[in-house]
Design a protein around this ligand. Structure first.
Ligand code: GH3
Ligand code: MG
Ligand code: MG
Ligand code: MG
Length: 298
């Protein structure tokens, strides 16, 4: 574990450093609170062992600054206090410290506290990983592994909040005659077809574009930096790529699974809101269906 030591007194600093190194940890040493704060931000140590009284930021200020800056990580904070100053200990713990040791420092005392520190910080790291995995899972469709509608809602809200004008298009995609595909080939085959189509969609756009499973056999594509013509070109290429998968479907006039798509452009009069943009993409999709399917409509 990396341990940051902050103490303005040279002798105390050396004693603490020796104790931390003896316990098998790496040291970063600061001569006052200001330097400690800087080194903290650079090194992100697992634990900080800090003196209370220091010029500049004192130990309490340092604890508060660290606690305020923490996001997913957790730093175990140990105060080094003078013997018998209970008020200092109380103030330190209230400022965010986890524990304290008294001067003169007993190396064994510090060593066992650093063991607890290691356990707590690794527990926090586990929790942070777990939380970020859950966050990702909640935004992922389990069948196709595409992002889901929750993620789409968040991404659209983020786009709408941007102050810089930003042109993009939404394309609503729906698999043609998919109910009869399930009826003819069975639900597992239907699932497999959705996975194949999803990966064709994802493979056909830029890394920065968004591909979401909107629901059932509907997908939504978020195409950045495209006007309606550009997006129509992209979607035409995708429509043709799905056709080229040649997934047999005897219940479809083309004999294979196809998709229809409706495109709506944010640039052209839709800056009022993404809700309306979604509705317009859906209307365009409806027009594509009505005019025969296996086509793209803007
Ligand atoms: P259209 O060309 O007008 O879109 O006709 P359609 O048959 O595709 O439309 P409809 O909405 O009637 O049918 C959609 C079908 O998609 C019905 C539903 O069972 C199927 N479906 C939705 N989600 C899944 C899924 O996760 N797996 C499978 N296998 N089928 C699904
Ligand atoms: Mg001091
Ligand atoms: Mg549908
Ligand atoms: Mg359909």
């Amino acid at each position: 574990m990396k341990v940051l030591i902050a103490d303005d007194d040279l002798i105390s600093r050396m004693i603490t450093k020796a104790a931390v190194e003896q316990a098998g940890h790496d040291c970063v040493v600061a001569v006052d609170g200001d330097e400690a704060w800087e080194l903290y931000q650079v090194h992100q140590p697992g634990a900080v062992v800090t003196d209370l009284m220091m010029p500049g930021l004192n130990g309490l200020d340092l604890c508060r600054a660290i606690r305020e800056s923490e996001d997913d990580s957790y730093t175990y904070l140990i105060l080094v206090t003078s013997h018998g100053s209970r008020d200092d200990v109380l103030a330190g713990m209230e400022a965010g410290a986890d524990d304290y040791v008294t001067k003169p420092l007993d190396p064994f005392n510090l060593r066992i506290r650093l063991l607890a520190a290691q356990r707590i910080t690794s527990l926090h790291a586990d929790l942070a990983r777990y939380r970020s995995a859950l966050t990702e899972q909640a935004r992922t469709d389990p069948l196709t592994k595409l992002h889901n509608r929750l993620k789409l809602t968040e991404d659209l809200a983020e786009l709408q909040d941007r102050t810089e004008p930003h042109d993009f298009c939404l394309a609503m995609v729906d698999v043609d005659n998919f109910k009869s595909y399930n009826d003819l080939y069975g639900h597992p085959a239907g699932d497999a077809a959705l996975v194949a189509i999803a990966s064709t969609l994802a493979g056909a756009v830029r890394e920065t574009d968004g591909v979401y499973r909107f629901g059932g056999e509907e997908f939504l594509l978020l195409l950045h930096g495209q006007d309606a013509d550009g997006a129509e070109g992209v979607m035409e290429r995708i429509r043709s790529a799905v056709h080229a998968l040649q997934i047999e479907h005897t219940g479809d006039p083309d004999g294979v699974l196809t998709i229809s798509a409706g495109v709506a452009s944010y640039a052209e009069g839709h800056r009022s809101g993404t809700e309306q943009l979604l509705k317009d993409a859906d209307l365009a999709l409806y027009a594509a269906k009505a005019s025969g399917r296996n086509r793209v409509t803007v």
